[in-house]
Design a protein around this ligand. Sequence first.
Ligand code: EPZ
Length: 430
Amino acid sequence: MEQFIIRGGSPLVGEVTIGGAKNAALPILAAATMTNDIVEIENVPDVKDTRALIEAIESIGVRVQRTEDSVVRIDASHVKNHPIENESIKRIRASYYLIGAMLGKYKDINVVLPSGCDIGLRPIDQHIKGFEALGAEVDTAHGFINAKAERLLGAHIYLDVVSVGATINIMMAACLAEGKTTIENAAKEPHVVDLANFLNSMGANVRGAGTDVIRIRGVQKLHGTRYAIIPDQIEAGTFMVAAAATHGDVTLHNVIPKHLESISAKLSEMGCRIHESDDMLRIVAARRLNATHVKTLPYPGFPTDLQPQITTALSTAGGTSIVSESIFENRFKYVDELTKMGARIKVESSTAIVTGREYLTGAQINAPDLRAGAALVIAGLMAEGFTTIRGIHFVERGYENLPAKLTALGAKIEKTDSERELQKFKLKYA
Ligand code: EPZ
């Protein structure tokens, strides 16, 4: 069984380069099918989720090539429009982006219903409401979502909840609708803005992304482009928290410090020093972290995708912290695993009360989802002794070369596939 083995106790020190944003790459890969011209996308992270989306579009005839490191070339001029349901797409959330992307061009789309990380109820009513407002008929049956429309017509759509996925999906469909669409109460995440910039580079007319009102004027068709995806806010945040939790000193390259402000502010409160310049950020954590309170919120608030990581760091901070999760209702499943390592965390509905203790101890633990898995890796790096983490396929959905990047910062971590490799690692770092 594949697992990570970690020998904790070394501070992370050194430099790391952050990859392209997974949650921008997924809609951008889907949106690249909206033209028959060639699209080249730079900075595409090579992780399980992007591979799954690429396999899904290949299964309907899209030609995809990784031309050089992190560049993906897409040719969607030969699509055969049949249901999209290959095995890997069934496991990801972003399959539904193919509806928004392909509805305008193909008029009748069938995609297997989305799954993704089990972090709570994940309804898609706002996506459906948006497609219907644009004139589509949407139905779910036999595990598929079907959307069809003779014509898409621009509309005024008010989202009942701030949803990244619904904002992105409606934005894509509206680009090829006739007339003007307004999305109110839109999500403002950096990847929403990145997708809008990408669509505009293909000839779309999207204004206001990054604010809560997005205006889209439909165009007849989109053209080819070459576009570079933004750096991954969550990968960067994960390394920042890992540096803080291990009392390290890490310089991150290829970041947009503005996207990291809520994380930098919180880590500063916790006693870290942060230095920023252009596309670089350095975090220094010279002493034990202070306790603090964290509440997850849509951007520019503190991201839910970093809640497990910061909670883990707070498990050894001085004092009691309160972490409130306001986006997903089931995102504390990793707490049971941290408890095995000695953490003192009490979860009451959507709040975790974290009583900081001096140290964690290594244990055998299981990753319940992607970001929780990353948090448990951080816990292993913080802990005394050896930690093994199972369920690492979750982590590989969203982090490229995580063990290699951590090793370059002085961590002792390996991905192992056998008891022999595990024992060898233990002997090496006994
Ligand atoms: C995206 O999920 C990300 N996934 C998630 O990252 C991230 O946690 C989340 O946004 C919030 O930032 C991808 O980009 C692929 P939402 P998404 O729609 O779009 C409710 C990761 O680890 N809602 O913004 O599914 C929903 O239940 C993943 O990389 C509705 O009620 O999230 C939630 O409470 C995990 N109806 C809230 O909105 C809807 O139709 C926000 O969800 C849609 C959402």
